[in-house]
Design a protein around this ligand. Structure first.
Ligand SMILES: *Cc1c(COP(=O)(O)O)cnc(C)c1O
Length: 425
């Protein structure tokens, strides 16, 4: 069957005011993802203070751990962050577009035929292999590019990085000067476990090799590494997860501020009799007459199936009308049932929002229910939610859910929150 195209050509090309856009986006949104740029900046400042006199970079790979590389990079830069790490060249391009002067490193390194792009973006590869280094050198010699590179030395991760012996082989080049190496770095295996023996081993291996790279800044620590003490901080620290509110010290209280709040719309409220089951597989049985709120978020939104509940196991909790309520049954692709029987009868109505992250539910708590870590929760945050950015340098803003509309509008009006959805994010 043919689908008739949109019969309302009158609406085509209509440009809504930012206020109307905001209202429309909020009215239709089934989920609201709020990212607090002020909290990200506060977290960065705290890490910077902890690491001083080391420089504090910002890791904004994977779209700033799902929080939006453009918005986060701009906010960090205006707080004074000068060095940024991304994983890929495409991510570097996104950061460069908004930060013409920042120093940008790409962690995945150099591979064939990317030299021109590195130069064009003015991005430095993090090189972790001698072949890569040789290819980079050829490119630099032929093109005259001298934008610099980091050298990654492996001290136990066995992922990327030159061996210690290979790194020692570079020392004559360092001593000869004009070597093009702007940073020497390694990466910690178990930094979040304070007493893990690998930390001390990696520290002493890195300290020794880094000391041979005369006058080259050194970097070892990710978020958790910063909290292992001053000797782990060297010249530059590379926090990612802690910026976004994940606890870098999981054995102790979280020193960071929460950054992400996630709310999803209640699309239906229904009652089930005692003995009835809820959801796919019928794995959860009502043990009393039960009221359910059906919330418009599911595993396609990054609300992992692992957080479901069955007759033997409790799942995640959601805050409804200010009170924690448990998930009932399996989590579906787009929907999740919440047991709201313990709420007062009129506490909540269809159309209200339930809080999936926030109001005391942390990314780390949710990660526990998902059987994973906060990093994976953040990098899977759904693309269907309307995004609201709070704080940062500018007044709160909402970018419209359609990129074309935002573009047509030019910049959002002063004081109007900006909401970005799917494409714009
Ligand atoms: C991702 C990454 C970081 C940031 O780690 P967090 O644990 O998120 O702070 C630092 N360095 C390297 C090499 C990384 O890959």
């Amino acid at each position: 069957m043919n689908i008739v195209s949109d019969p309302t050509p009158a609406l085509k090309g209509t440009v809504l005011s930012p206020e109307a856009n905001q209202a429309a986006a909020l009215a239709t949104a089934t989920g609201l993802l709020t990212i607090d740029l002020d909290a990200i900046v506060a977290n960065w400042r705290k890490l910077e203070k902890t690491a001083v006199p080391a420089e504090c970079a910002g890791v904004v790979k994977a779209d700033a751990y799902g929080c939006g590389a453009v918005e986060v990079s701009k906010a960090l830069a205006s707080a004074g962050c000068k060095t940024f790490f991304v994983a890929t060249l495409d991510e570097a391009r996104v950061v460069r577009d908004v930060l013409p002067r920042a120093s940008i490193y790409a962690l995945d390194g150099f591979f064939q035929n990317t030299g021109e792009t590195y130069a064009k973006i003015d991005c430095k590869p993090v090189i972790g292999d001698l072949n890569e280094l040789a290819e980079w050198d050829v490119f630099c010699r032929r093109s005259g590019w001298n934008g610099g590179t980091a050298l990654h030395i492996d001290t136990g991760m066995n992922r990327l990085g030159l061996t210690i012996a290979e790194a020692q082989g570079i020392i004559p080049r360092i001593n000869a000067g004009d070597h093009g190496i702007t940073l020497v770095m390694s990466h910690l295996v178990s930094a979040e476990l304070v007493n893990h023996q690998t930390n001390a081993k990696q520290l002493s291996a890195f300290r020794e090799i880094a000391s041979l790279f005369t006058n080259v800044p050194a970097s070892l620590s990710n978020s958790s590494g910063i909290y292992l003490g001053a000797q782990f901080q060297f010249d530059l620290v590379r926090p990612g997860a802690a910026l976004y509110g994940v606890n870098p010290t999981p054995e102790a209280d979280n020193p960071m501020q929460p950054v992400v709040e996630l709310k999803a719309r209640i699309v239906q409220i229904r009652s089930v009799e005692r003995g009835e089951t809820v959801g796919y597989g019928g794995t959860w049985t009502a043990r009393r007459p039960t009221r359910l709120a059906i919330v418009a978020a599911g595993y396609a939104d990054g609300y992992f199936r692992a957080a479901g509940a069955n007759d033997g196991t409790r799942g995640a909790e959601v805050v409804v009308a200010g009170k924690r309520c448990p998930v009932a049954g399996r989590i579906s692709m787009d929907l999740t049932a919440i047991d709201i029987t313990d709420l007062p009868p009129n506490a909540v109505r269809r159309g209200h929002m339930a809080t999936l992250i926030g109001e005391g539910i942390t990314v780390d708590e949710l990660a526990h229910h998902f059987g994973t870590i906060g990093y994976e929760v953040l990098t899977n945050l759904g693309r269907r939610y309307a995004r609201i950015y709070k704080g940062g340098n500018a007044p709160p803003r909402i970018a419209d859910a359609t990129a074309e509309q935002s573009a047509a509008d030019g910049k959002p009006a002063e004081g109007v929150p900006t909401l970005t959805g799917k494409s714009a994010a």
